[in-house]
Design a protein around this ligand. Sequence first.
Ligand SMILES: C[S@@+](CC[C@H](N)C(=O)[O-])C[C@H]1O[C@@H](n2cnc3c(N)ncnc32)[C@H](O)[C@@H]1O
Length: 760
Amino acid sequence: MAKHRSKNASRGRQPINRDDARSGDGGGDWKKFAPTDMHNEAFEQYYKAQGIVSDEEWSDFMACLRKELPVTFRVTGSRAHAETINDIIKTAYVPNMLDVEFEGKKIDPPSQLAWYPGQLGWQIEAPKRVVRKTEPFRLFQRFLVGETEVGNLSRQEAVSMIPPLFLDVEPHHLCLDMCAAPGSKTAQIIEALNPHHTASTGLLIANDSDYKRTHMLVHQTGRMPSKGLIVTNYDASMYPTIKLGVGKTLQFDRILADVPCSGDGTLRKNIEIWGKWGAADGNSLHGLQLRILERAMTMLKPGGRLVYSTCSFNPSEDEAVIAAGLNARPGQFTIVDVSSQLPNLKRRPGKTSWKVGTQPDTQTSKEIVWYESFEEYRKAVDSGIEKEKDRGKGLPSTLWPPANVAELGLENCMRLLPHDQNTGGFFVCVLEKRGSKSSAPSTTAEDAASSSLKRPASPAAQGSETKRARENSPAAGSSSGVATPAEASTPATTASGPAKKEKRDLSFKEDPYSYVDPENEEIKTIIRDSERFKFKDTFPKHNLLVRNEYGEPLRTIYLTNDIVKTIILNNDYTRLRIISAGVKSFARQDSQQRVEIGCKWRSPIDGILELLPHVGEGFVINATLVELRTLLQDHYPAIDKFSSEEWKKEMESREMGCAIVNFQEGKEAGGELRLPMWLPVWKAKMSLSLMIDKREKSILSLRTFGEDICNPPPAQKDMQQKKDAVTVPEVVEEESAGVALGSEAQTEVAVDGEGGAINA
Ligand SMILES: C[S@@+](CC[C@H](N)C(=O)[O-])C[C@H]1O[C@@H](n2cnc3c(N)ncnc32)[C@H](O)[C@@H]1O
């Protein structure tokens, strides 16, 4: 993909942005830090004055901030699948860690987070050197690394898991994650939209203003086959209105505003913040945070839910932002009392009073100057005592508690404090927009889809016709009823939206999006090729998307759901700055030897679980660990190398091309598979190849056979094998993401949202 700097990337000085702080492995090296370095006079002065903890607790609070953060992770995926993984942890690993001693001290085994739903959240308190040096912990760590790689586990800071849990996402919801990168919470939302990997009609737009970080998002979510996902690159405070057809704009059911913040709640991990923290940091982020919140409030559907969160303790970034947002829309929003949700989660109520202080210079002065009111602050500015920051604009009045602070329900916000349950710090506020869904002038996924899908047919995507198609693009009429798959049959439609009147953002360099005509010859080959996928009529052939202007399936074909299609058809992709959409479902596999292959398209691992419900009988081949062992050991094992006569016969009888192999659970061939798994295999003339990249093969081997049995690629001199192999080029890294697991599982992303690898 083209690399360029986003015009919308946030500019200007951001004092401490936790996103920079967390960009490395935890952001700081504990070995280089003595407890004596973990001091910041201004920090203590500031938070003592704010009263976020009582005097009696102060020393516990500070002591906890100086302790290394435990490793936490959550088991991802659909319920049945996640429970299996959880059972493996509980029965195969934890019992071996019950009696570990290190340097004469008993080490606690990993424990479940008491508050996390389904007990799927875990915490490891053992220090890294214990993990490195004791066998049971080392084995567990290896398990964690493997399962994280395939997306069964997600390393995520405990408190960071909280905001999406309060979003209450249902599979049909239209969701927006405004500041999403690197994507740990995005992953949680995708899971909630696809709880059983059923056909979710919902939508998630994952957005970030940082262009590079949107690509992290794409990479991370690549492991989650979600037809309803769009990644965009926009300044969230100016997020564009999304059209859904004539007179219709998209309003969201759920919005997460996990805004950029000073990040002092991550002090236990990003220890360099000790040296950098200043009282002005929160003040200068307040404006952007408020603008993002206000934009979210506008885009939320009546009856919809909005979660605002920061990893900062600072009321300037927390309660002050919420209070200002509520007062900007009097009576429109309520702060939801969620105290009965996640009952085991210890939390503190939001504050109804706080102070505003400035720190003239963090380097030269530890003194904080407090201002009782905005008026007092202005007087100080007018008399020259206080210098105006923020390019002469000075501090906004919204930093101070408003006169109606007691009426806003701020106590229903929550602040997570480190010493309550050995975590980082976080602030979460759950807002609901008054009004019922029925009274909303918004559009549901279904009627949104029908509105665009009832458009007049566009001509085939070619040259000037393409232009005409675009001009025909805006929905021709208002929606009525729910779009059925049959109604969804829009012949070849050039995506990039209604060019008419929509200005293109010429600075946006991504490739265009076009839906492919289901009558396109390549598509017909994929769908009708009797030897290949044997697709049923349920296959959503009208929702196949490509990344070129002409709707030509050249290299990769993506699958989207109806709502994504509606968005792409009704909006210029450069205006929305769409970085990616849908799930990679077919990749072209040309033979360098010009061998005739009936269907040159294979299904990359990303899309397998989306395709499975639609492939016809006989396409998926069953196999066992015996076959998996052979496929892992060699890059292109000859078919006659497999031991099972049945398998050999089956494979020999198949035409060259793609197959999906279902490996069954069991203990065999020196390995164990606890969940069924689907993998793409390419059949060449005389050999087979597992279409996942080398690294994933090694990980799969480790988690299944306990060792890396993958041999290096065949030697160049082995001409015969090479000749056969050239029809099976190495899978490019970019196209391989995770292993499709579990009967109703999906390959979720293994994101390390909060920085730091599990590898000790
Ligand atoms: C706290 S991080 C988000 C963490 C993310 N929600 C997760 O759980 O992985 C804040 C993100 O906001 C992005 N950001 C900063 N300013 C922004 C803006 N004006 N609009 C959108 N995103 C912004 C940063 O690039 C960063 O990725």
